[in-house]
Design a binder for this molecule. Structure first.
Ligand SMILES: [Fe+2]
Length: 465
């Protein structure tokens, strides 16, 4: 109603001044909340021509104000050793935070501790961490669930269609089911499995000019297969004056920014730059060409010169010093808050494990694996796969805040999707097919930059191949 009123009022204003308005011009005025600037829009030129075109208005769209900002980055505890006690504390922290999310869902109202559920009869609701999974000889699935006080076997029955439910070790789930005391120990026959999951989220299309955050990943500077020409093309595009580039305010590099050294046997044969510090210097030569009023964030990945185990710390100050002051270093993973939006960034090592576990996921199609992470509110649900993790008192892989945008890399394919309102991508790479990928029969999809508008659900792909 209000919009209709706005539209009518704007048309009335111009009619009063003897100006015809093109439909495109009217849309731009409405979409960019320019209603208060009608005086400015009705410039002498427009008044004399008697016609308002799209271009007349476009010229007046306010570009977002860009300035170099200071970002406070939270840094995970870094210590040299971890003990058995640290593992316990990390799993307790994970359990406590994820079980809270499960219990919050309305279906889980009236959840019992496992110990209490064992003494109950009929329907029960419990939450626990998965500590064992097996299949029974009758084709049912058995899951041992554990909370802080006890554990219980839960059966996912074939005739209820639950035997195919994807259950991962160490994930935290809620179960609604019936307790059975007929055997030696009480067990639960599940009716339903409840995950922490993402609450459906309305994306508010704000009526504001776009502000873009751009994502680049897996650049692999220093490798012979680094796509230098495409990368240069992309940098020139950022520097050029065009509407999209001028609305680009943030740039995120989510790991494997250089190729590193000693990452795999024989890597030296694939390197154009052997010294890893030289690799960062070369990267800085590119990145430092980007206007200083664009805020740049750089996170490590498994090829970078920091500890491999996650959470990965920031680069050393020696590497930091190669870059201009508009560069902020981030640990991996990281939840970055940009203009009231949560941008969750994770290089993505756990995607290797997830691709093996999630039916239908593959290196070429990693979206379903990414969605399974979001559903579980955890970036590396299975402990002890190919993802090295150092235990801390806090589990840094729990997805505490619901992201608006979720960026991963590592796989070198490109995929994008939307899960319950969260725009997610597996970012592209800036490296051509490597011998290893050839051997694995995998073709990367390189040289794509993704732009996310922070004020709408618009996502734009820029292909620099
Ligand atoms: Fe990687």
């Amino acid at each position: 109603m209000e919009l209709f009123e706005d539209r009518r009022k704007i048309l009335e204003y111009f009619q009063g001044h003897g100006i015809l308005v093109s439909p495109g011009a009217l849309d731009i005025i409405l979409n960019n909340s320019m209603g208060q600037f009608l005086n400015e829009i009705a410039s002498p030129d427009v008044l004399s021509s008697g016609y308002l075109t799209e271009n007349d208005v476009k010229k007046l769209i306010k570009k977002p104000e860009r300035k170099k900002m200071n970002f406070e980055v939270y840094i995970p505890d870094i210590k040299a050793h971890s003990s058995v006690e640290d593992f316990r504390e990390m799993f307790v922290d994970r359990y406590e935070r994820l079980s809270k999310m499960v219990i919050q869902s309305s279906e889980m109202r009236g959840t019992y501790a496992i110990k209490t559920a064992k003494k109950a009869s009929g329907k029960v609701k419990i939450v626990g961490m998965v500590s064992e999974i097996s299949n029974t000889k009758n084709g049912h699935k058995r899951v041992l669930l554990e909370d802080l006080g006890d554990n219980i076997n839960v059966f996912l029955l074939k005739n209820k269609g639950l035997n195919n439910e994807l259950i991962l070790e160490d994930e935290v789930i809620g179960v609604i089911g019936s307790i059975s005391n007929s055997g030696k120990d009480p067990v639960i026959f599940a009716d339903e499995v409840i995950r922490p999951d993402i609450p459906y989220k309305m994306i508010d299309e704000e009526k504001k000019p776009p502000v873009y955050v751009a994502s680049l990943s897996d650049i692999h500077v220093g490798s012979k297969t680094f796509r230098k020409d495409d990368f240069n093309k992309m940098i020139s595009w950022i520097k050029s004056s065009n509407e999209e580039a001028e609305s680009l305010k943030y740039l995120i590099l989510s790991g494997d920014v250089v190729d590193g050294i000693g990452v795999y046997p024989g890597q030296e044969n694939d390197l154009a730059v052997l010294n890893p510090y030289k690799q960062y210097e070369t990267l800085a030569d590119y990145v430092n060409q980007i206007p200083e009023d664009i805020n740049i964030f750089i996170m490590p990945g498994n090829h970078d010169i920091v500890r491999l185990a996650e959470p990965q710390p920031l680069f050393s100050s020696k590497i930091r010093d190669f870059f201009n002051s508009n560069v902020t270093l981030l640990p991996n993973p990281y939840n970055l808050r940009l203009e009231d939006k949560n941008v969750l960034i994770y290089h993505g090592m756990s995607l290797n494990d997830m691709i093996e576990l999630v039916p239908g996921a593959s290196y070429a199609s990693v979206g379903s694996a990414i969605e399974e992470l979001l559903k579980r509110r955890h970036l590396a649900p299975v402990y002890g796969g190919k993802t090295p993790i150092i235990p801390y008192k806090r589990d840094y892989h729990v997805i505490e805040d619901v992201p608006d945008i979720f960026i991963t890399g590592h796989i070198h394919s490109f995929s994008q999707g939307n899960y319950k309102g969260i725009r997610y991508i597996n970012a592209s790479t800036w490296q051509s097919q490597t011998d290893y990928q050839k051997m694995m029969n995998f073709s990367p999809n390189p040289s794509i930059m993704t732009l996310f508008d922070l004020h709408s659900k618009t996502t734009i792909l820029k292909d620099f191949k």
